[in-house]
Write a protein that binds this ligand. Sequence first.
Ligand SMILES: [Zn+2]
Ligand SMILES: [Zn+2]
Length: 111
Amino acid sequence: MTKEETEEKTKEIKDPKQQYEIEICFSCGKNAIGLDECECGSTQIIYGNGFKKTKDDLFCDCGNNQLRLIGHINMAKFHYYTYSCTKCGNKIGKQSKKNKDDYDYEDDDNE
Ligand SMILES: [Zn+2]
Ligand SMILES: [Zn+2]
């Protein structure tokens, strides 16, 4: 596999959060657009549209804070979880960076 092909392939699915407006650190709530890891050291990034993070909770703009897990993507370096607001269906995602030991390269080997 050439380098170009690899990059093209990863670009498609690499970063589900790119299509959303908000990317913030799950831990400190700071803007974390384009980051794998927040400056505070947290490796969990929340992304989506129309939600707010308070110190301890996450609120959809409809005022609800109940989220249901509806999807999970397991990538080489990240887990992506998709949640849906139980009231209005707004989708909110979480990117969780894996520990180096947990990196999964089998995608690259098999194709
Ligand atoms: Zn942070
Ligand atoms: Zn909602």
